[in-house]
Design a protein around this ligand. Structure first.
Ligand SMILES: [Zn+2]
Length: 408
């Protein structure tokens, strides 16, 4: 069995966290100077393990194994959320690096190849899952032309140019090359932490369905327009939002979640009646039938609000990311490895967060493993996990990778 060096894993995670360090977390947006530096650093670390690293035309770092006969692709993303945590994404990337080292050092693993990937922009500073979409052939050149930075509108082409990645070929998956893809990640929720368990075996990555709801009223003077004459789009939005939050619990499973994460009113001024408003509604569930029921219900509520007036209410779909089941064989191997190193301290669970493994699962069998997040906190600089869980996770992950490589 490949044996990981726990101290080395923690040291490398801490080193990676120095690129864009912010308090105890990290601020490392995709294609920022620190992100580019960290990708070059990682490529060099991969070279030291004997892999052949490439940083491709979208910024993916891929450490290729030129000698193995059977290859497992292992990785995660390496940029962070704004002022985010030091483990989100980085954990899976450094586990990949450690697996490559541990397999290379173990003569009994000769011929079993670990290839390592650090995907670009899973976090969507430009567009969510850019790197894994590019790798799996789901991102065209024309799409790249249209993408802009979420904060300052920088064209993606310009960002790639500045990063030094423009003009490089984009690596494309050859599914024949791999027996599958494996990703480790912090759970980000509190299921493991709250139950005192140490390893999560991911069954499904939930579907995430997003909508834009727009409300059109009439912008007018906040003093001279009598209440009966008003068509206040802000009021209409708040009423509809309340109805959504009242209705959804009646059709939800305990794990279903929904969020109105963005609300905008125009012109958003104290003495002007809002003429237009927009909100984004999102829900997540592992069950396609429940997602469809939520969609039907949302459309009904929007239709009722539109008929009730006085504002016109419309809805459009912003994105449908479908639920993606993880490979049952991979789940069984991760579970067996967890049982060996942490008997009785693991569980199966869905991932309520989106991950690159969902994208990769369209091209090859994919599996995911979680370690606990302290207090279930993530997408915040205070995100953390216990060092002993980080070390245990790496060993379970290495063991699972070997089992998969030997049996697949
Ligand atoms: Zn992540």
């Amino acid at each position: 069995m490949p044996t990981i060096d726990g101290q080395r894993v923690v040291t490398d995670l801490k080193r990676l966290a120095e690129f864009g360090r912010y308090k105890t977390g990290v601020h490392r947006p995709t294609y920022s100077p620190v992100d580019v530096e960290s990708r070059h650093w990682l490529a060099e670390k991969l070279r030291e393990t004997g892999l052949d690293p490439v940083i491709d035309g979208i910024g993916n770092v891929i450490g290729r194994n030129l000698s193995a006969k059977r290859r497992l692709l292992v990785g995660s993303h390496s940029e962070t959320q704004p002022y985010g945590g030091w483990l989100d994404g980085s954990l899976g990337v450094i586990y990949g690096l450690e697996l490559a080292r541990a397999f290379a050092a173990d003569p009994s693993c000769a011929g079993l190849g670990i290839e390592v990937a650090a995907w670009a922009d899973e976090e969507g500073h430009y567009q969510s899952f850019l790197g894994s979409h590019s790798f799996t052939g789901m991102l065209s050149e024309a799409q790249i032309d249209g993408v802009r930075g979420r904060d300052d509108g920088t064209p993606l082409r310009e960002a790639l140019q500045r990063a030094g990645f423009a003009g490089r070929p984009r690596e494309r998956v050859d599914p024949q090359r791999y027996i599958g893809y494996l990703e480790a990640h912090i759970e980000q929720g509190d299921t493991l932490d709250a139950s005192g368990l140490r390893i999560g075996v991911v069954e499904t990555i939930v579907g995430i369905w997003n909508y834009r709801v727009s409300l059109n009223g009439e912008q007018n003077h906040a003093g001279t327009t009598r209440m009966v004459r008003r068509k206040d789009a802000g009021v209409a939005m708040v009423r509809l939002a309340t109805r959504i939050h009242d209705r959804f619990p009646e059709i939800a499973d305990p794990r279903t979640v929904w969020t109105i994460g963005r609300m905008v009113i125009e012109p958003n001024a104290p003495s002007v009646i809002p003429g237009r408003a927009e909100m984004q509604v999102q829900f997540r569930d592992a069950d396609p039938a429940r997602l469809a029921l939520f969609e039907k219900t949302l459309h009904e509520l929007v239709g009722e609000a539109d008929r009730a007036g006085p504002c016109r209410v419309a809805i459009e779909t912003a994105a449908h990311n479908e639920p993606r089941p993880m490979d049952p064989g991979f789940q069984a191997q991760i579970e067996a490895a967890a049982e060996r190193h942490a008997p009785g301290m693991h569980m199966r669970l869905p991932s309520a967060a989106g991950h690159d493994a969902a994208v990769l699962s369209y091209r090859m069998p994919a599996g995911m493993m979680f370690i606990p997040s302290l207090g279930g906190i993530s997408h915040h600089w205070s995100e953390d996990s216990k060092a002993e869980d980080i070390v245990l996770g790496a060993q379970v992950f290495a063991d699972a990778a070997e089992r998969i490589l030997r049996t697949a």
